[in-house]
Write a protein of this length. Sequence first.
Length: 113
Amino acid sequence: MEILEARTGDMAVVHVVGQVNSGNAPELDERLKQLVGAGCRGIVIDLARLDHMTSAGFRCLLRVDRQVQGVAGKLVLCGLQGLTLELFEVGGFLEMLTIAATREEAMRQATVN
């Protein structure tokens, strides 16, 4: 897994590349928690280059979503397609997390006023 990020003010866009599994989900979890701790209130996670995610990755996203909401922020996912989209559908995560069709829409939704 590779994590790429870009920050502007209190907004962060995080690209997750490769696979998220029990071996590397703690790294993603820690990186996202650091962003929240550093004052990011809007976090967009672009999953367009995600190959696979196990339950450990889903738990990480749910935890960070709760943490961001706890500071009156917003976590928005985008880039879901193919098998990744199917995993989110089957697991019921499309209803649990905020999903946007494009990165631009995700950034608009994640903007906290």
